[in-house]
Design a protein. Structure first.
Length: 232
């Protein structure tokens, strides 16, 4: 069973409309669409914004649906000047940039008393997703690298510089690393997929409705193709 956590209602609606044999299960104010996508057993859900919503959503996928893979899609802000608006970032790993137990001697991003704070994405999922993205979205670029998450919308240039210097990520958003942590704790392979909404240096402005429509199209194409690539 493949678990897909989406961020945008329109994206989730596109995916669920492409599913077959659908039943809807409601838990924690979320609607989980269980059925078949690209011939694979799948469940699609919109988690809501922030790490708590995302972590709860991932745990429900683990406990109730017994998913054996989790994909998280959405939008992120760029932290690398090579990435253009609309490009796709696939996670190699993820961490929470707003974890700060420095008063106890921990480095930024380190979760006290956990064996891991940087959560590794599944290499096979990453490989298949990169291949699928190049196939179905040839008009954009695809990058692989670190995703950082926090319960903050990052717009300040000083904060961006701190994240870049401290963690060397490609992008920042508000859910992925929480899903990655839940996946790690449950032993479930995961991958984060992010469409980039801005330039790292704020040199380009985005027409957001146009960007969102394109981002949804690219994500839906990629996820649909990726779902078909997995072996049973």
């Amino acid at each position: 069973m493949l678990g897909i956590i989406g961020a945008m209602e329109e994206e989730v609606s596109r995916l669920t409309s492409a599913m077959e044999e659908v039943r809807i299960v409601r838990r924690a104010s979320m609607e989980f669409y269980e059925g078949k996508l690209s011939g694979r057993d799948a469940v699609v859900v919109r988690s809501g914004i922030g790490k708590v919503n995302a972590g709860i959503c991932a745990q429900i996928l683990a406990d109730l649906f017994r998913v054996d893979r989790i994909i998280n899609t959405g939008i992120a802000g760029s932290l690398n000047s090579a990435i253009d608006i609309g490009d796709i970032v696939l996670s190699t790993d993820a961490l929470q940039h707003d974890v700060d137990a420095g008063a106890f001697g921990y480095a930024p991003g380190v979760i006290p008393r956990m064996e891991a704070s940087v959560f590794q994405a599944d290499p096979l999922m990453l490989e298949l997703a990169e291949r699928a993205c190049r196939k179905v979205n040839p008009e954009i670029h695809v990058f692989t690298g670190r995703v950082v998450s926090g319960d903050q919308f990052i717009a300040d240039s000083k904060k961006k510089d701190f994240l870049i210097n401290q963690f060397t990520p490609l992008c920042t958003e508000m859910e992925g690393a929480a899903i990655a942590q839940a996946a790690y704790l449950n032993g479930i392979p995961f991958l984060i997929i992010r469409a980039i909404s801005d330039k790292a240096d704020n040199s380009a402005q985005v027409d957001y409705p146009v960007f969102e429509a394109a981002a949804i199209e690219h994500s839906v194409r990629l996820v649909t193709e990726l779902a078909a690539a997995f072996e049973d």
